[in-house]
Design a protein around this ligand. Sequence first.
Ligand code: CP
Ligand code: NVA
Length: 310
Amino acid sequence: MPKKDLISVGNLSPQEVEEIFLLTDKLKADAADFKSALAGKTLALIFQKPSNRTRVSFDVGMYQLGGNSVYLSPGEINLGVRESISDAAKTLSRYVDGIVLRTFEHKNVLELAKYAEVPVINGLSDFSHPCQALADIYTIREKLGALKGKTLAYVGDGNNVCNSLLYACARVSLNMNTATPKGYEPDGAVFESARATAFGCGAKLQLTHSPQEAVAGVDVIYTDVWASMGQEKEAAKREKAFKDFQVNAKLLKLAKKGALIMHCLPAHRGKEITEDVIDGKNSVVFDQAENRLHVQKAVLIKLLGNRNGR
Ligand code: CP
Ligand code: NVA
């Protein structure tokens, strides 16, 4: 059986997304049933950027499924510098059953997946963050039930998280309004492809430069940092460009009463989101963080379980 990777939500069909969620439901309902699901399997975690949620949830997830993980910090593998990505991929494939990579350029994930003989999971690249978007949609599904006809407003930078949310919303028939400053829109090809999928699923994706327009009457408001990891030098410039895109109490008033507040974390409180809003009663940011664990366990079982009898 050929190996399967998780590189982008764009590579998943709506059915595959639903299957991941159904398995996540089972994992949440009875984690003990799965305590040997990945017995004897090992996951390598190659991180070229810092992480709390992604690293810990994959590490703990493997442990809870009866397997284990090996964390490789930026200095250890030194991917592409100490040795080529292809040599590292082929070597690791002789030791481990799956690889998570958090990196800068998305092409690094594609190259690792090309040469690895074991499944590769994108743990965040500059282009996408699929595990985040899957956990986010799973969280909305838990809180709101049926997604068809509901709308998520993403306010802020058209970054990796935004790209993945576009793909994910399209696959679960959730409408998505994206508001960014001019010049900070999501990837054009992602938007067009997601819009076509959404159309087929009866959902609508819209782009605007007005946060007020994006959040009017919506069920969910989502934001992320204005400067992502690797963009620290642009922070001051971005702060100016995004100053009218803060998720605050005034903006929240325009959404549906009780609208969910979401953020992938880490958050810069007082910048993209105010303290009162992120700590408010409608904030589900820690449910999102928790669901990273459950959804990724489902992904790990799907990709690493019962491959080649190993
Ligand atoms: N949301 C997320 O991926 O968090 P970390 O950067 O801490 O892994
Ligand atoms: N857009 C952010 C997400 C962090 C989880 C970044 O790439 O830094």
